[in-house]
Design a protein around this ligand. Structure first.
Ligand code: RIB
Ligand code: CA
Length: 316
């Protein structure tokens, strides 16, 4: 039976590849795309999601989400234009008017309605800030018991962050939202930098995918050029496919090693946005992790197999 998926995203170059993977994978039934601010403002990430939907003929609706942090008093974190470009898709010149309307509901309401309509069946894959999830859970706490699972790209557990030494960008952009969803009683699996920084896609690998995949993958290749140049400091002529790791987990969980334990997020101070797990197999004194339901953190990955699955699914 296909995995019913809601993709919560801030496209975003690596978000684009992840979306094409979900769209093309035969065991995924993509029910909806919900947008969130992060790699750019919500008007831009939503426009980009509609653009990718149009270019790739994706039937799933796009619902526009949050442009404000869960705690509105939190100062604005800024846009990573140096990573994803001014247009959020590598400065390829995305048109302003896509000619498709978003779903009339806000993203968090789309999530609530879709989860309630498919009890026990929906996997939410969230690869931007956790704001839409937090808003959905706050509005409808019952969805915690109705989702199949929540798979997240975010956090840095046993390694440094990428936006500060302590924090990963998706969590750093809305730490209060992240702590709210991590401490709720729903099943969460997290693809953090521990595994995504081990998953390098080289330019020649993407070029080969584009040769096989034709114009749809050529779009991905054009979108990725700016991002590959940004990643020169970390990957030799290649990039990190963060968001795709979370999507691959949905269909191939055996490619990842998990560690179980509750997760808290630091909200404020020098380590703002840091994600900290209390591993179930270790003993500590009393702490603010006590009584919280365990979550699963990916600590290792068979990255060659992840890349191979991405390539075969996206480009044939
Ligand atoms: O830290 C990587 C994450 O931040 C990815 O989801 C990327 O798209 C950005 O949102
Ligand atoms: Ca993203």
């Amino acid at each position: 039976m296909a995995h019913k998926v809601i993709f919560d995203t801030d496209p975003g170059v690596d978000d684009a590849m992840a979306l094409l993977f979900l769209h093309r994978h035969p065991e995924v039934d993509l029910l909806g795309i919900t947008t969130v601010f992060g790699n750019a403002a919500i008007e831009i990430t939503t426009r980009n999601a509609l653009f990718l939907k149009r270019e790739w003929n994706i039937p799933a609706p796009v619902a526009k989400g949050a442009n404000e942090t869960f705690d509105p008093a939190r100062p604005h974190a800024g846009w990573p234009t140096f990573v994803h470009g001014d247009d959020g898709l590598g400065n390829i010149g995305v048109p302003d008017d896509i000619g498709i309307d978003p779903d009339p509901r806000p993203a968090h309401q789309f999530i609530v309605d879709t989860v309630r309509a498919n009890p026990g069946e929906v996997t939410i894959v969230a690869v931007g800030r956790m704001t839409n999830l937090a808003n959905a859970l706050k509005a409808a706490p019952d969805i915690a018991g109705l989702v199949k699972q929540v798979v997240i790209m975010g956090g840095a557990f046993y390694c440094p962050g990428n936006i500060t030494p302590a924090a990963e960008a998706n969590i750093h952009g809305d730490p209060e939202a992240a702590d709210f969803i991590f401490t709720a009683g729903w099943p969460i699996v997290v693809a953090g930098l521990d595994v995504t920084t081990k998953t390098h896609m080289k330019r020649h690998f993407l070029d080969d995918m584009a040769v096989r995949g034709g114009k749809d993958v050529e779009l991905l290749q054009r979108v990725s050029d700016f991002y590959i140049k940004f990643y020169a400091h970390a990957v030799e002529d290649g990039m990190l496919v963060h968001d795709s790791c979370a999507c691959v987990y949905v269909v191939a969980p055996e490619l990842f090693t998990l560690r179980s334990g509750p997760i808290r997020v630091v909200c404020g101070g020098i380590a703002d946005g840091q994600t900290i797990q209390k591993p179930d197999d270790m003993q500590f004194g009393a702490s603010l992790w006590d009584g919280m339901a365990p979550k699963q953190v990916m600590v290792d990955v068979q990255s060659d197999k992840v890349l191979d699955l991405l390539s075969r699914t996206i480009a044939g």
